[in-house]
Design a protein around this ligand. Structure first.
Ligand SMILES: Nc1nc2c(ncn2[C@@H]2O[C@H](COP(=O)(O)OP(=O)(O)OP(=O)(O)O)[C@@H](O)[C@H]2O)c(=O)[nH]1
Ligand SMILES: [Mg+2]
Length: 291
């Protein structure tokens, strides 16, 4: 009999949740960056492990923010855990947020699976100390020590997760790896490049909107996207001197789109100002978070 179910991946910002989901799926479905708050909405990564289809829900990191956007992001994470068959809590061993971990363990009475991540960056002795600190937490069903980046320990985790899921037909076709539509995925690719290229407050205050997607007979595709900034003076920073920054973002995003889509891509990016969109419900709805 086949098994299938939903697994929410929770944790503090930057813990490595999206890296873990991508490793479990075996392909990149969720964007990753060294900055916190990269993931903004729930993104499903669908993995197959033997007879089992694991529907992994990558979530935004849990943090205390002030903006409407911040609240909507954190709500995404809690909604995912409320509606799932299993919950994985990812902890960055180099910056463990034990207060948050403790709180989440208390809240999840049905139990959760702990993943101590980034073990490639820590001395064994310190890891043991951390393990003993978290072993006192309630409701932990199992603990794994992994390096999501190096794919170390991830297979054991996948096998364990199958035990947590109910018998059920698979909910998605075998070759489907995510639930997000192609156009939204393409805007995420651009957003990832913005996270990797721009600094300070800029990446946290932009969103990327799909404007059009045109397919041509020769197999190529023309994708047009708007980079929406929240302040007029952010526009110049995104453009850079003589438009160089935007050009660089566009080039790298195009390469990534071409390699994933396996076709020629024309990517047209432009910058639009939408004052304080982070506080506007319509904007949050536009990228699928908040109601
Ligand atoms: N050395 C090391 N780095 C890792 C590991 N896992 C993730 N990272 C890095 O940690 C950073 C954050 O990874 P993400 O996967 O974006 O983290 P996240 O938890 O999804 O972050 P948010 O979406 O912002 O909440 C990236 O630079 C990753 O390459 C790991 O096992 N070892
Ligand atoms: Mg993420």
């Amino acid at each position: 009999m086949r098994k299938c179910g939903f697994i929410a991946i929770l944790g503090a910002p930057n813990a490595g949740k999206s890296t873990l989901v991508n490793q479990l799926v075996g392909q990149k479905v969720s964007i990753v960056s060294p900055k916190v708050q990269t993931t903004r909405s729930r993104i499903m990564g669908i993995a197959i492990q033997g007879d089992c289809q694991l529907i992994l829900i990558d979530t935004p990191g849990i943090f205390e923010g002030k903006r409407k956007l911040d609240h909507a992001m954190v709500k995404e994470a809690f909604d995912a855990s409320a509606n799932s068959d299993a919950v994985v809590l990812v902890i960055d061993v180099t910056k463990p947020n034990l207060e948050l971990a403790h709180k989440l363990c208390e809240q999840h009475k049905k139990g959760l699976i702990l993943c101590l991540n980034k073990i490639d960056l820590i001395e064994k002795e310190n890891l043991l100390k951390l393990t003993s600190a978290v072993s006192a937490f309630k409701n932990i069903k199992a603990t794994f020590m992994i390096s999501a980046l190096r794919n170390d320990g991830v297979k054991d985790l996948a096998e364990h997760l199958c035990n947590e899921l109910p018998e059920s037909p698979w909910l998605f076709p075998e070759d489907q790896i995510t639930n997000i539509p192609m156009r939204s995925w393409a805007t995420e690719v651009t957003r990832e490049q913005i996270f990797l290229t721009l600094h300070q407050e800029i990446p946290y205050n932009i969103f990327v909107e799909s404007e059009s997607w045109e397919e041509f007979e020769n197999g190529s595709v023309k994708i047009s996207q708007a980079i929406v900034v929240a302040k007029n003076n952010h526009k110049g920073i995104v453009l850079g001197k003589g438009g160089q920054t935007l050009k660089k973002i566009g080039q790298t995003a195009r390469h990534e789109l071409e390699s994933q889509l396996e076709r020629r891509v024309h990517l047209k990016l432009f910058v639009k100002v939408e004052e304080d969109w982070q506080e506007k419900s319509w904007a949050l709805r536009a990228f699928g978070i908040g109601t």
